[in-house]
Design a protein around this ligand. Sequence first.
Ligand code: ATR
Length: 266
Amino acid sequence: MTSTPKKFAVIGNPIQHSRSPELHTSFAKSTHLNITYDKLFAEIDAFEQTIEHFFHTGGQGLNVTVPFKEHAFQRCDVLTPRATIAKAVNTLWMENQKLYGDNTDGQGLVDAILTLKWPLKDSRILILGAGGATRGVVYPLAMAGAKQIVIANRTLARAEQLIQDVAPALPTTTSLEAIALDQLQGSFDIVINATSASLTGDALNLPATLEFSYAYEMAYGKPSTFLDQAKARAVPTSDGFGMLVGQAIESFYIWNGVKPALKDFI
Ligand code: ATR
């Protein structure tokens, strides 16, 4: 007799483009679990009703994507430390009638970088951008051993504010600094593009005075002037597909207690 499948979904608006169902379906196949994983569209003002209905009708876990991650953060009864720091939730589940929220984006990035065999322990990291994407990854990068994290943003005050917010939660072994995007300089192991500039096609200028050994673009499947410039320097590069798979694996692990190997899916 076959067991009833565990029911999962990703909620967003729009949601049609989401690759989460195919990823989770392949994780389930590789770990021999019986699940369903759907795309769940919610009207902008109907996020809460939609998730309540999902969990009341047997749903076990939800991924949350644009534009609902902050709303999910507000709605949760219990948050993990990394979700609290990120101020955004991408993974939901119920326990004892309470809604739990986590943010797996940062660990997804860490796992993607480690799978590439790029160095994180004692590394110097430059992150371009100070929006939600950066907020989600600073703590996991510090916990993975980064010794220096510099956040460069077009609007310097936003990077300074982000640092003020996250600094108290970070290990004292990680130094944090904010700089303006047009003042890029120094020497780093990894530079990470967390701006949305690649999505709008705007060019980011990486000056010759900026040295780095590896370049990670958080976006994927789009042309990236950031990656073009890094490739011109012949350093190893990656787009954000590994991070996407990494965050999905971490959610799958929270819900199911088994962790598929990232290298098998990229
Ligand atoms: P996300 O949640 O994807 O991080 P966001 O919170 O809107 O989105 O943040 C977008 C980030 O990309 C910000 O750091 C933004 O810089 P500002 O804070 O100065 O707005 C950055 N960004 C967007 N377009 C950019 C561009 N053309 N050049 C440089 N930075 C850009």
